[in-house]
Design a protein around this ligand. Structure first.
Ligand code: UD1
Ligand code: UDP
Length: 407
């Protein structure tokens, strides 16, 4: 069976890497990787880490690319690769433009598509934008739907899609386990990584570490201005140390560097290699993010996660109490972070809550399903009657000046 895995951004690469490794080791499977290069250095970091050498690289990224411009390059490049490889099956992951183009391009050539991380939904096409549309489209054309949890399975069943649904757990937990095993078993590696952050106070005795990431397109402009203003306020409070690896998207870097470049207690870095980022999550007291993957990883490490979005397609951690949705309004961010910074007991409580996203065996289940071998689906608990809580805090609505009063 010739399987072509198509991916192009950092999170897809992290979540597909352990699967590609499993496929490479599977007798009877010829695993071929095509990267679209939707991301460049942020993708290469992951390929180098996992030792993945793509057979095809479309090199599609341009500076500050538009959705339609990128989509055009992806469709054209992918069609050539599909024609040359003639795979028995294509695998795509998640909800990026690469996933959508990969799935549609395969569908146009009547090649079966397997969707890894299928069935995530917010119910709102514009949050996240354009990802909610991408993942819906991919699910429609896929004949194998690898749903990470029972809730994503329920979403797919409610849409009565033709594909077969298999509940696997999320492959990000497989990747995270691999990384934690490496870190836990190698004191020299931990020391090497910690030496890259000499400015950080000791984890046990220093001020709490707030680890920040943010990149959502729907937050560009006003949303990021609020996020940066909130971080500036938090930094000036002096109550925490902040590390923020800044995404390379110029719509993110612009406001972040302008607002926080000279702020005290804030350490801005380039995107970190995955081991470095996992190590910082291990050392963090609180994670503040709008990232999908980080929402899944940090609960698995027992860390409280404050999510700078109004809705999430990952309701499991909300239900488990390991994640809080706080929106992107400045005051709400400041308030939510300070509440946790000032309450160590509450922070510790997160460590005792369960991680709902996986058990580290998602890739084994996916390979078994692909090759017709028996396997136990991931035993994920359903969330009966779950409704997405909408935190109506988008900037521009219900503003106030309370944040200015924070010391
Ligand atoms: C993309 C995905 C988003 C995913 C995110 C993960 C889409 C539409 N968006 O958003 O779903 O959550 O990746 O990070 O698929 N850039 C670089 N070097 C890199 C990567 C990006 O310079 O290695 C800059 C380029 O100027 C590029 C811009 O970032 O044009 C935007 O990249 P793009 O992939 O279009 O959007 P992201 O915001 O990264
Ligand atoms: N990550 C990383 N380095 C960083 C920031 C994040 O390796 O500096 C990892 C993180 O652990 C997670 C993934 O990148 O696995 C999340 O990627 P991103 O937030 O870009 O995308 P999303 O998950 O929101 O699609």
């Amino acid at each position: 069976m010739r399987i072509l895995s198509i991916f192009g951004t950092r999170p897809e690469a992290i979540k597909m890497a352990p699967l590609v490794k499993r496929l490479e080791a599977e007798p009877g499977v010829q695993s071929i990787v095509c990267v679209t290069g939707q991301h460049q250095s942020m993708l290469q970091q992951v390929l180098d880490l996992f030792g993945i050498v793509p057979a095809h690289d479309l090199g599609a990224m341009t500076a500050n690319q538009t959705l339609n411009g990128l989509a055009g390059r992806l469709f054209a490049g992918l069609d050539d690769v599909l024609a040359a490889v003639a795979p028995d099956r294509v695998l795509v992951h998640g909800d990026t433009l690469t996933s959508m183009a990969g799935a549609i391009a395969a569908f146009h050539r009547r090649i079966p598509v397997g969707h890894v991380e299928a069935g995530l939904r917010t119910g709102n096409l514009f949050e996240p934008w354009p990802e909610e549309m991408n993942r819906r489209v991919v699910d429609v054309v896929s004949d194998l739907l690898f749903a990470p949890t029972a809730s994503s399975q329920a979403n797919l069943e409610a849409e009565a899609l033709p594909g077969r649904v298999v509940v696997t757990g999320n492959t990000v937990i497989d990747a995270l386990h691999l990384m934690c095993e490496r870190l836990d078993g190698d004191a020299a590696l931990r020391e090497r990584i910690d030496a890259q952050f000499p400015f950080l106070e000791p984890t046990e005795t220093g001020r709490p570490l707030l680890l920040v990431t943010g990149h959502r397109r729907e937050s560009f402009g006003e949303g990021f201005e609020h996020i940066c203003a909130a971080l500036a306020t938090l930094a000036h409070s002096g109550k925490m140390q902040i590390v923020y690896p800044v995404h390379l998207n110029p719509n993110v870097r612009g406001p972040v560097l302008a607002t926080l470049g000279n702020a005290p207690n804030v350490h801005l870095t380039d995107p970190l290699d995955y081991p470095e980022f996992v190590r910082l999550m291990q050392r963090a007291a609180i994670v503040l993010t709008d990232s999908g993957g980080v929402q899944e990883e940090a609960p698995a490490l027992g860390k409280p996660v404050l999510v700078m979005r109004d809705v999430t397609e990952r309701p499991e951690a909300l239900a488990a109490g390991t994640v809080k949705l706080i929106g992107t309004e400045r005051t709400a961010i400041v308030r939510a972070v300070l509440e946790l910074v000032e309450n160590e007991d509450e922070r510790r409580a997160y460590a005792r809550r369960v991680n709902p996203y996986g058990d580290g065996h998602a890739c084994g289940r996916i390979v078994a399903a692909l090759t017709g071998k028996p396997f136990e689906p991931f035993a994920s608990r359903e969330l009966p009657g779950y409704r997405h809580p909408v935190v109506a805090t988008r900037p521009g609505r219900g503003e106030d000046d309370e944040a200015d009063a924070v010391p």
